[in-house]
Ligand binder design. Structure first.
Ligand SMILES: Cc1ncc(COP(=O)(O)O)c(C=O)c1O
Length: 380
């Protein structure tokens, strides 16, 4: 089996599995209880906060544990924008955001905010000049992701943050696909807020965190028992937090492997394009996270390729896991001005640190055969 959908969800890392199996022996307690077991669990969770903070380059007081990115994104919108627009009534976003950001923008538009969308370049990066032209002192928040989940393209987030701050706006970046997947330092990022989901980095579903440059900018989101300093009520998923921390540490240990993954990926792309010159690799002119390839053979439907790959036990998606059953060109590719012929043909291949040259060779052999077969059907 070759699992190549790590941007959708990364299989559990062996270190996490080993930790979890032992951890299930206990102790179990409410981390907010004052008895010694509760305090023991709480100390472990606070140690995790410190470790995660060190890894992402910030202070532990800037981390709020939660259920993952979708919750984090809603919490940040709520904190920055409140219930109705003030003097600052503009949200600037990009055309390549995940639906979690897109739908929050829509909700705040319904509340009276004006949403402006930055153009996307053909490379898959946002157009910084266009962003400059949209900025004013009416902008409340700029929200542009750090890495796109479909193309893997890394956005110029430091420049985006500097521009937002020049005009006194908040910069929130959806960092779901960069934390635990590439080098990232929050305090140097120019971001005011960032998010992460632990299942994207080889840990359990249902945990994650928010990073806040100044925690006072965050407001209470879930009323509850005052957990997470009142910002997010509800008993913390302390086992999830511990596993998330193990996954973050595993990435730190293994991130040197990304250099090789990038090399294998680039060789794979070069070879398959040599074999089938009409193939397009979307985003290959920009800096991307190491294991992601969004590939298209124009005229051959991505779902047909996906089904053929699955018959060989290779698991990919056609765009992102969330929009996999939409037979249309994704909105991300539309924003990049990619034609439907290419857009409907895409298959997203996403590996993590562990991808070997054998993985890429098997993928190459399989995909090569599939494209040969399907291109004959197409021309018949
Ligand atoms: C870029 C991006 N943002 C946000 C999310 C939402 O994450 P979750 O479903 O874990 O809340 C995802 C997940 O697909 C993502 O890829």
């Amino acid at each position: 089996m070759l699992y190549a959908d790590n941007n959708g969800s990364m299989p559990m890392h062996p270190d996490v599995k080993e930790y979890l199996l032992k951890r299930l022996e206990g102790p179990f307690a409410n981390p907010n209880a004052i008895h010694s077991l509760g305090q023991q669990v709480n100390r472990a969770m606070e140690k995790c906060r410190k470790i995660c903070a060190e890894i992402v380059g910030t202070k532990r007081k800037n981390i709020i544990f939660n259920s993952g990115s979708s919750e984090g994104i809603a919490h940040i919108f709520h904190s920055v924008l409140g219930h109705k627009p003030s003097e600052r009534n503009i949200i600037i976003t990009s055309g390549i955001e995940h639906s979690a950001v897109v739908n929050n923008c829509k909700n705040y538009q319904d509340l009276g905010y004006t949403v402006k969308t930055i153009n996307t370049l053909k490379t898959g990066e946002i157009d910084l000049d266009h962003l400059k032209s949209l900025m004013s002192d009416k902008v409340a928040m700029v929200t542009v992701m750090a890495t796109n989940n479909e193309t893997g393209v890394i956005q110029p987030y430091k420049e985006i943050g500097s521009l937002a701050h020049e005009f006194g706006a908040i910069y929130f970046s959806d960092t779901t696909q960069i934390i635990g997947k590439d080098d990232f330092n929050f305090d140097e990022s120019q971001m005011d807020f960032a998010v992460m989901s632990s299942h994207k980095i080889g840990s359990l579903i249902g945990t994650g965190f928010i990073l806040a440059r100044d925690i006072k900018m965050l407001s209470d989101f879930i009323p509850g028992g005052g957990q997470e300093r009142g910002f997010r009520g509800g008993t913390q998923n302390y086992i999830g937090v511990e596993c998330l921390t193990v996954a973050m540490q595993a990435f730190e240990k293994e991130k040197h492997l990304l250099h090789d993954v990038r090399k294998y990926r680039d060789e794979f792309e070069t070879n398959i394009k040599k074999q089938h010159p009409s193939i397009v690799v979307i985003g290959d002119k920009a800096r991307r996270i190491a294991g992601t390839t969004l590939i298209s053979y124009p005229g051959i439907h991505g779902q047909a390729v996906q089904i053929e790959l699955e018959s060989k036990d290779i698991f990919v998606t056609t765009s992102s896991a969330c929009s996999d059953n939409e037979p249309e060109t994704s909105k991300v590719l539309k924003a990049m001005n990619i034609s439907d012929d290419i857009g409907r043909g895409v298959v997203r291949i996403s590996f993590c640190c562990g991808a070997s040259s054998d993985c890429y060779q098997y993928l190459y052999d399989s995909l090569n055969g599939i494209y040969e077969k399907l291109s004959q059907v197409k021309t018949r």
